[in-house]
Design a protein around this ligand. Structure first.
Ligand SMILES: *Cc1c(COP(=O)(O)O)cnc(C)c1O
Length: 287
């Protein structure tokens, strides 16, 4: 499993699967074909997610797929960030694609829904597991998911342009050390993103120049358009701080680095910049 995976997925592997005797090895998301060295005789699945959760590393999916298949392992990809509109993992040989439809498909932060899409050779096993686990979705939830799909392409186009605009603006700010967005030419994963993806969504991160925890709190408190919430992908903008230092096993993160994760919603871009500007003023007043 990629070390920069959505954290609850890693907890599921460590705790639920761990109790069943299933081992998980974590890998550096930028490993590419080097993943071959980590393959063990009992490796059955490689769990990928790109860009990585919070830190946004891009993975070389075709290279990982080639190694996995050479060793008889399946590849799973979490496509929540890009959705099927901006990235098509099955076309690159991925066997199983999962997507939290809670995010861009539903689009209004009011339903929890998920989708699994698989290559034909995996279908029978997936369908059997689905029947045995008795998983099903309520009709009202599905209705809202279907309604979200009707506007998803226009929403995503807007998320993309607004987020890129704000990411570029943030790169110029003196308070910001770096902006972690694969759509920016400055990003180490930009070439992979350009090769494999058709677009980018509204979610990205930034790292502030060294500052106190109190000033980060003042920044967040000063925002009024950006809410503080975890479940991104809806119409409204969100901003939360993050610190992956306690759970990453391969990719170390200095506890003193102040990371912020932003989801750019559908609001007016200039209003959002003005809101962030208020945050930066509050940050400066507390340093
Ligand atoms: C939110 C999220 C999930 C889980 O989605 P829920 O529907 O909220 O359970 C899985 N993967 C990624 C990358 C996510 O952002």
């Amino acid at each position: 499993m990629t070390d920069c995976v959505y954290a609850p997925a890693r907890r599921f592997c460590d705790m639920v699967l761990g109790n069943l005797g299933i081992e998980t090895t974590y890998y550096d998301p930028t490993i590419g074909a080097g993943i071959e060295e980590l393959i063990k005789p009992n490796t059955t699945l490689i769990y990928t997610e790109s860009p990585g959760s919070q830190t946004m590393e891009m993975q070389d999916i075709p290279a990982i797929v080639a190694i996995a298949h050479k060793h008889g392992a399946l590849v799973l990809f979490d496509n929540t960030w890009a959705t099927g509109l901006f990235f098509r993992p099955l076309d690159l040989g991925v066997d199983i694609c999962v997507q939290a439809c809670t995010k861009y498909v539903v689009g209004h932060s009011d339903v929890m829904l998920g989708a699994v899409t698989v290559q034909e050779h995996v279908w029978e096993r997936l369908h059997e597991a689905f029947e045995n686990l008795g998983q099903c979705v309520g009709p009202d939830d599905l209705y809202l998911g279907l309604r979200g799909l009707r506007t998803m392409s226009v929403r995503l186009a807007r998320h993309m342009t607004s987020a890129l605009d704000i990411a570029q603006w943030l790169e110029q700010r003196e308070e910001v050390e770096s902006v972690l967005h694969p759509g920016l030419p400055s990003n180490p994963g930009h070439d992979i993103w350009k090769r494999d993806f058709k677009g980018s969504s509204g979610l990205f991160s930034l790292v502030l120049k060294p500052t106190s925890k109190e000033s980060v709190m003042a920044f967040l408190d000063a925002l009024s358009l950006f809410g503080m919430g975890y479940s991104w992908g809806g119409y409204e903008s969100l901003c939360v701080s993050f610190d992956p230092s306690s759970y990453r096993k391969v990719m170390s993160w200095d506890k003193e680095r102040r990371g912020l994760r932003l989801h750019i919603g559908l609001e007016d871009v200039d209003d959002l910049k003005a809101d962030l500007d208020r945050g930066f003023q509050a940050l400066k007043n507390t340093v």
